[in-house]
Design a protein around this ligand. Structure first.
Ligand code: NAD
Ligand code: DAU
Length: 337
């Protein structure tokens, strides 16, 4: 049996990853270490409460002693680090916590992994570390890191630290750099769930600037299968881009959501642009496809239909995550924008 320490497993991608492991790979034991920030939600994994191959630990990745204890206690073979502050707009409003968790937190995990001679350290990174593209071009694993936001700068710093621990101490690591994910359990600060939620409530849909920025979208389960492939098959020290070959402008996404929900385009409101807004991301995922045989299995049409259906069915989940802190956040971010 493989014993895996997942950090940030109560968030969007981490909870989808744990669900995949516990349902599709029953010979795994999963420890989920999560601080339960605004983005962490134990309801995302409610069906696994009391599951004999799953344990939740409420804690901070900056607590190196706790991480070391968990590695010993559960004979951890591999650590998958999802834990992070993840929202670009929040990083512009207040970068410090991004440094604390994404940089210092990753460093603490790395020190514990090195000291315990951990089998594998997988850092879940992002295509945003490469910076932005114009109308042409694509990010490969050789593209120099050139992050533009405090969020992406903190993720790039973490990637450099992971690599440095491999180089200096022989830590067996991998890094994955994925494009924009969407799917069930995504917190409605991100584009797709925010627009679904607003449209469902006939609220304005705030599109930054001209809305012609381009992102590559990948269904979350396909990101999870890519991470699993890397854990299972990748040689240490390899970095893999992960993406959906599915570039869309933000306006295309918003219009699609409106038409699927039968809502009018008049709900769209163009608002002040994000400072330093990256214009376009595009990712070449050829390496993971060729070397590890990974492929996305869900088309965008299937994925967005599943996602919208999930939000329609999950009105209680949605209502609970948009109460409290979310209201203050929304007010601060969007009022008079
Ligand atoms: P999320 O914001 O939904 O969840 C982050 C989780 O980390 C939460 O459960 C939170 O409680 C936890 N956390 C935060 N600080 C912590 C700390 N100090 N100690 C322990 N736990 C802490 O994030 P997500 O969208 O699921 O992203 C997961 C990872 O994937 C991140 O590293 C992110 O950079 C990366 N990523 C995300 C996307 C995307 O489109 N969402 C794409 C590529 C890469
Ligand atoms: O590319 C991977 C990254 O994707 C991840 O590393 C990040 O954690 C994740 O947050 C995401 O970053 P983005 O900034 O691309 O995602 P976001 O959902 O915030 O925005 C997507 C696009 O939509 C971006 O061009 C900004 C725009 N947008 C977003 C919001 C929330 C709007 O126009 N209006 C909005 O209200």
């Amino acid at each position: 049996m493989k014993s895996i320490l997942v950090t940030g497993g109560a968030g969007f991608i981490g909870s989808n990853f744990i669900r995949m492991m516990l349902t599709e790979y029953p010979d795994c034991f999963v420890v989920n270490l999560d601080k339960l920030t605004y983005a962490g939600n134990l309801e995302n994994l409610a069906e696994f409460r009391g599951h004999n191959q799953y344990r939740f630990v409420h804690g901070d990745i900056c607590d190196g002693a706790l991480v070391g204890r968990l590695i010993d206690e559960h004979h951890i073979d591999a650590l998958v680090n999802f834990a992070a502050e993840t929202h670009v707009d929040r990083s512009i409003a207040g970068p410090q916590v991004f440094i604390d968790t994404n940089v210092t937190g990753t460093l603490c995990l790395l020190e514990a992994a090195r000291d315990k001679n951990l089998g594998r350290f997988l850092q879940v990174s992002t295509d945003e570390v490469y910076g932005a593209l114009g109308a042409e071009g694509i990010f490969t694993e050789q593209t120099p890191l050139s992050p533009n936001s405090p969020y992406s700068a903190s993720k790039a710093a973490a990637d450099h630290l992971v690599r440095a621990f491999g180089h200096t101490w022989g830590l067996r690591y991998n890094i994955t750099r994925c494009s924009n994910n969407y799917g069930p359990y995504q917190f409605p600060e991100k584009l797709i769930p925010l627009m679904i939620h607003n449209a469902l409530h006939d609220k304005e849909l705030p599109v930054y600037g001209d809305g012609l920025q381009v992102r590559d979208w990948l269904y979350v389960h396909d990101h999870c299968t890519a991470i699993w492939r890397v854990l299972e098959q990748a040689p240490p020290g390899e970095i893999y881009n992960v993406g959906g070959c599915n570039e869309k402008t933000n306006l295309e996404i918003v219009n699609l959501i409106l038409s699927r929900l039968g809502k009018p385009q008049t709900l769209i409101r163009h608002v002040k642009d994000r400072p330093g807004h990256d214009r376009r991301y595009a990712i070449d995922a050829g390496k993971i496809m060729r070397q590890l045989g990974w492929q996305p299995s869900v088309t965008f049409e299937q994925g967005i239909a599943r996602t919208i259906d999930w939000y329609l069915r999950s009105d209680q989940w949605l209502a609970s995550v948009v109460s409290g802190e979310y209201q203050c956040y929304y007010e601060k971010m969007y009022r008079n924008r």
